[in-house]
Design a binder for this molecule. Structure first.
Ligand code: P6P
Length: 327
């Protein structure tokens, strides 16, 4: 079995990126242990604080955010961080360092109380400015500029799925040895799938194009393997991971309540979009390639259609025919 570090070295990854990945996976191992004994430690439930998103923070959100910030603040290649849980850019003691890391420390944290898989999502960029404190402009880059992206899914096993632009590879944590081992290389997502994932409870608030696509998924048509199956667990990392392996489409569209959608560009949609394209799939905001979108704020939200190429294309066809971009 090949360790993550051996794989990275043999893939001739640039040393700064190698380094940054080490400072990301270190807290993820501790987090995995905590999640696996969540019921035995005071790590479940609300932290009685809300985050910049106005969301109730879970104790695990606060713990994980602190641990990732602490770890990356020791990485001499990391100049700043963007975290879902923190309103402002987090500057490290290395203002002239070259890299920025955006992360969602615990995505889907509300599922921790019911033992459903959750995950950490991360994305790595190179700064635009040459030195000095990281500016907002350094952080507001299109997703196509990412140098690395990935997630760690804390489920029946803890798996790191990542890309540095040369395909998608996954590594499984051997908890007794506390090391990640290569478990799958050059992961490819099927061009077609039979799974659609979205919160149908929001149906009446969906754009017309999404409503039409949903009905298309439910029609009887043997030739195109329809009706598809609906699978939605409310944890993006878990829904994405299943669809990546089996084929399918994950959609979080704009709604009347969230006109820009719910999920965030920098630390949810962009990393997942980089991964899916590297695995032969597609990601869009319904009208354009997700990775071309230039964010205007560090916590900007966006609609997202991500997964099997042919399914994303079909959903976007309905969006273009029945919905307007502004919607
Ligand atoms: P809803 C979890 O809160 C999250 O950010 C994603 O992990 C998940 O896909 C989505 O929100 C679920 O949102 O509105 O369907 O509960």
């Amino acid at each position: 079995m090949q360790t993550l570090n051996r794989f990275l070295i043999e893939s001739s990854i640039q040393m700064p990126l190698y380094n940054i990945i080490q400072y990301i996976i270190k807290p993820s191992k501790d987090l995995s242990r905590k999640i696996n004994i969540a019921g035995l430690e005071d790590i479940l439930g609300e932290a009685e604080v809300t985050n910049v998103q106005g969301e109730e923070q879970k104790k695990l959100d606060v713990y994980a955010n602190d641990e990732f910030i602490k770890s990356l603040s020791e990485c001499t290649h990391c100049a700043a961080m963007i975290s879902e849980e923190t309103e402002v850019i987090i500057h490290t003691p290395f203002p002239d360092a070259e890299y920025i890391v955006a992360f969602d420390p615990v995505d889907g944290s509300s599922n921790i109380d019911v033992n459903v898989s959750i995950g950490t999502i991360f994305s790595v960029y190179k700064r635009i400015s040459t030195s000095g404190p990281i500016t907002e402009e350094d952080c507001l880059q299109a997703g196509k500029n990412q140098l690395a992206a990935g997630y760690i899914i804390y489920g029946s096993s803890t798996i790191l799925v990542m890309t540095t632009g040369n395909g998608v590879h996954s590594f499984t944590l051997e908890p007794h040895i506390d090391k990640f081992y290569l478990s799958d290389t050059h992961v490819r997502t099927p061009k077609d799938g039979k799974i659609y994932s979205l919160n149908e409870g929001n149906y009446i608030k969906f754009p017309e194009g999404v409503k039409k696509y949903l009905k298309y998924c439910q029609e009887n048509d043997k030739e195109t393997n329809r009706p598809y199956s609906s699978r939605y667990i409310g944890s993006m990392v878990a829904d994405f991971h299943r669809n990546l392996k089996k084929g399918g489409v994950f959609i979080y569209p704009s709604t009347e309540k969230d006109p820009n959608g719910k999920l965030r560009v920098l630390y949810e949609c962009n990393p997942m979009s980089f991964l899916i394209e590297q695995a032969g799939g597609k990601a869009s905001n319904g009208f354009e390639r997700m990775l071309d979108v230039v964010p205007t704020s560090i916590h900007q939200r966006t609609p997202i259609f991500v997964g099997s190429t042919n399914m994303v294309d079909k959903a976007c066809e309905f969006m273009k025919e029945y919905s307007t971009k502004a919607q």
